[in-house]
Design a protein around this ligand. Structure first.
Ligand SMILES: C[S@@+](CC[C@H](N)C(=O)[O-])C[C@H]1O[C@@H](n2cnc3c(N)ncnc32)[C@H](O)[C@@H]1O
Length: 271
């Protein structure tokens, strides 16, 4: 099954738990979360902003915005997975930000909101997973106010790479990880061309690399969470994937680990 987040509703409860753990744990990894804070700092966001997060998962992004000093706005999260939405409500209540946040089940391709409702729409590591990225852009643009902002952040998973002594197999595993985990591994390269088609003016854009050398945190849970999907895709023998995973774990223990991936941020204004 390509892309567990796209087909999350076909997965069982155990798989949901693992994916929820991964969404929450990666948000605690400084190398990764710093990329979110980097664009949040550049957003023109009045304290009373109405915010929508499309594909909100467990709501970690919205919780973080709601905790910002002086925040008096309203954050809405939409996700097509009921387990994620339940988790998002639970975590928001635990962290005392549920008064500012509302989460509902919905499809990002057909947002259940009126035109121009939001000052800010966020799409954080979602474009790579959806069925029709162009439709998501159209919907995000529709629900954004004129002059409002859309922030899109995601990986360019064609650049995802883990070191592996057999370079040829390592490269095949990189490609398999990208194609089984992401429906649109290269979508972030298309945004400069696509945004203007939806009344969105690019106001800022940049790239960062998430790199872990020696120790692993972000790429540890990435490998543990998503290598099993490569296994079940049948592209390689289960044994080959196990050897790859064992080698990654050994490198983490020995301090010889290496993995990297490029991430891009696009800020655009609705005109
Ligand atoms: C990698 S997760 C990111 C979650 C959250 N934005 C974060 O950064 O923690 C991708 C999310 O997109 C959601 N998603 C994928 N396709 C969707 C769709 N068509 N409609 C709504 N949500 C969708 C998944 O359920 C998942 O929560």
């Amino acid at each position: 099954m390509p892309d567990p987040h796209r087909f999350v509703n076909d997965l069982d409860e155990y798989a949901h738990e693992k994916l929820i753990e991964r969404l929450e744990s990666r948000a605690q990894v400084h190398t990764f979360s710093s990329l979110f804070y980097k664009y949040v700092e550049r957003l023109e966001m009045p304290p009373s902003a109405r915010i929508l997060e499309v594909g909100c998962g467990t709501g970690v992004v919205l919780r973080s915005l709601a905790k910002r000093s002086g925040f008096s706005g309203q954050g809405n999260g939409v996700d097509h997975c009921d387990s994620y939405v339940e988790a998002a409500r639970r975590y928001a209540a635990q962290e005392n930000v549920d008064g500012y946040l509302e989460f509902k089940i919905g499809d990002a391709h057909r947002l259940d909101f009126d035109d121009g409702e939001f000052d800010l729409v966020i799409c954080h590591t979602v474009m790579s997973h959806v069925t029709e990225p162009v439709k998501i852009l159209e919907e995000m643009s529709r629900v954004t106010k004129k002059g409002g902002t859309i922030a899109i952040f995601d990986g360019d998973y064609a650049s995802l790479t883990y070191a592996f002594p057999d370079h040829s197999f390592g490269q095949k595993m990189d490609t398999a990880l990208a194609s089984t985990t992401f429906n649109n591994p290269r979508i972030m390269r298309d945004l400069p061309r696509l945004l203007p088609q939806f009344e969105l003016e690019l106001t800022d854009a940049w790239g960062d690399a998430v790199v872990e050398i020696g120790q692993a945190s972000y790429f540890k849970t990435f490998a543990e969470t998503y290598a099993p999907y490569v296994k079940s895709s049948g592209q390689f023998s289960g044994q080959a994937v196990d050897i790859w995973l064992k080698e990654q774990k050994k490198a983490m223990q020995n301090g010889t680990f290496f993995a990297a991936c490029n991430y891009y941020t696009y800020l655009s204004r609705k005109f």
